[in-house]
Design a protein. Structure first.
Length: 162
């Protein structure tokens, strides 16, 4: 079993089309979709995934989260550093709830400081996503608003001063 202290991670820039072969499985995973995209979202196909990464690349810098496994770096998720939002997905199920999100946010906060940013924003965390709410608030994010998505589901927005 993988534990937080035994998992080394790194962030590297997204490489298209190479990373699609890993990411397609993440965005076809019902748990990833439920917690990151909302209720009733259909699994992504390659075209939709390319559109998503294209949009995220226009608004920020997309990173692939990698963990070392048997001496090799393996893609396990993604995060986008943007002034508008901070979407993160731990796509590989073996790495969820292992402290990876905390490590990734620490790296992203350091990167944002290097860019001279003074804050990070999270546009939408669904109210039912307790893990994400705990993660972000434990990393200094404070709730700054709430809203309802097109399906009537409550979400909250967060901001963190750097």
């Amino acid at each position: 079993m993988k534990t937080e202290q035994h998992i080394d991670i790194r962030l590297r820039p997204l490489l298209l089309p190479e990373d699609l072969k890993h990411a397609i499985a993440w965005y076809q995973d019902e748990e990833v979709l439920y917690y990151s995209e909302g209720i009733g979202v259909r699994p992504y196909n390659e075209e939709r995934l390319e559109l998503m990464y294209g949009y995220l690349s226009r608004i920020g810098k997309v990173y692939i989260i990698e963990a070392i496994e048997e001496g090799l770096w393996q893609p396990i998720g993604d995060i986008t550093l943007s002034e508008q939002d901070l979407p993160i997905a731990i796509g590989h199920p073996d790495y969820r709830s292992k402290g990876i999100g905390r490590k990734v946010l620490q790296l992203i906060q350091e990167e944002a400081r290097r860019f001279g940013w003074t804050e990070l924003k999270v546009k939408m965390i669904y109210d039912y996503n307790e893990r994400s709410k705990r993660l972000f608030t434990s990393m200094g994010f404070e709730e700054k608003g709430q809203g309802v998505d097109s399906n009537g589901v409550l979400y909250r927005s967060y901001v963190c001063a750097l």
